[in-house]
Ligand binder design. Structure first.
Ligand SMILES: Nc1ncnc2c1ncn2[C@@H]1O[C@H](COP(=O)(O)OP(=O)(O)OP(=O)(O)O)[C@@H](O)[C@H]1O
Length: 325
């Protein structure tokens, strides 16, 4: 049975003002997230993943803005709610963890002080109880000796340990949604595994919906229920994880999967994403210049995002032509 999504993003378009021009690094992005499910977002560097995530909490830098679209969390459009309301949503309802946990910690304060302050900002409890909660949640991360960890400063912990502390703090708030932007990229294999286990726990124990941004298809295979593939600011394909791995439709997804499996020597050349966007305001396929399967129809049609099969969305004119829809 399909439940109501807790987060729905419709037709999200983001623009960036540079000294030379205005470019559009996120275009017509659509997805929905269910409680207790993981939606993975994959795509090469510069494809718009982080901007999409930052926009959900209205944390975009000054020169970046949402042009149009809607972001609905339960019944609230997050793009239209007041500054006070979005502050309440951050942390309480939607939490975020980033690739580099060091940035999130103040170097002159202990882990305990971070933990207690965060918990008490969101819950009306005493310091003593907050300390108890902190130990309880650190224990869940399987970090050795949680009481000693609480007394340490961020620089005394490894990046992996800090990421696990960050997730423990997040878990203690039991958010409905966690946005995890490259949470394992900077970690060694052992810490990666621990972080993935923690995220899985968060999803299963607290029914948290997780938006997981990663370059790593291995991480997607382990954790995601559904995957959105981004290229040039667009979601070019979205499908349940097994369907995407077994039956990739978009030429970019196929190259991505083949290169992961070492089945191809094809390299997708890197060009400046911003130059692609500025040339690409006419809704031409963003992958056209690199696509080995392109033909004349790819230049003569507008780019549409369509449901190819149930729950399997593709943005490729050729695919739609070949199945005749
Ligand atoms: N504040 C900004 N000013 C100018 N350009 C920006 C700004 N923020 C992002 N961009 C550009 O927008 C594009 C999309 O950026 P984004 O960070 O969302 O990509 P990404 O897919 O998350 O990449 P990565 O995997 O490297 O983090 C990139 O080309 C980036 O350089």
């Amino acid at each position: 049975m399909r439940h109501q999504p807790i987060l729905t993003v419709n037709n999200l378009n983001i623009s960036v003002s540079t000294p030379l021009e205005v470019v559009h690094p996120v275009r017509d992005v659509n997805f929905a997230l269910q409680s207790g499910k993981v939606l993975g977002i994959v795509g090469e560097s510069g494809s718009g993943k982080t901007l999409t995530c930052m926009s959900l909490l209205r944390l975009l830098p000054e020169n970046v803005k949402v042009e149009f679209g809607s972001i609905n969390y339960r019944n609230q459009n997050l793009l239209e709610c007041s500054a006070e309301d979005i502050r309440k949503v951050r942390g309480n309802d939607i939490a975020m963890i980033m690739q580099n946990p060091m940035i999130a910690f103040n170097p002159v304060r202990t882990i305990e002080s971070h933990f207690i302050e965060t918990i008490r900002t969101h819950l009306p409890i005493t310091k003593r109880l907050a300390r108890k909660v902190a130990v309880e949640y650190l224990e869940k991360t399987d970090l050795p000796n949680p009481k000693a960890v609480l007394k340490q400063y961020p620089f005394q912990l490894s990046g992996g340990m800090l990421q696990r502390v960050m997730i423990a703090i997040t878990m203690s708030l039991k958010p409905s949604i966690l946005i995890a932007d490259e949470p394992t990229t900077a970690l060694d294999a052992t810490n990666q595994l621990q972080v993935l286990k923690q995220l899985d726990k968060l999803k299963k124990e607290y029914n948290t919906g997780i938006l997981l941004v990663t370059h790593d298809l291995g991480v997607i295979a382990q954790l995601a229920d559904e995957v959105a593939v981004m290229y040039g600011g667009y979601i070019v394909e979205k499908a349940p994880v097994l369907k995407l791995f077994n039956q990739p439709m978009h030429p970019y997804t196929r190259v991505l999967l083949e290169s992961r499996l070492g089945l191809t020597r094809k390299k997708i050349q890197s060009v400046s994403p911003l130059s692609t966007y500025s040339k690409n305001n006419d809704k031409k396929c963003p992958f056209l210049d690199r696509c080995e399967e392109a033909n004349h129809s790819c230049t003569s049609y507008n780019l549409e995002y369509r449901e190819y099969e149930k729950d399997h969305f593709v943005r490729c004119v050729k695919i739609h032509e070949s199945v005749g829809n």
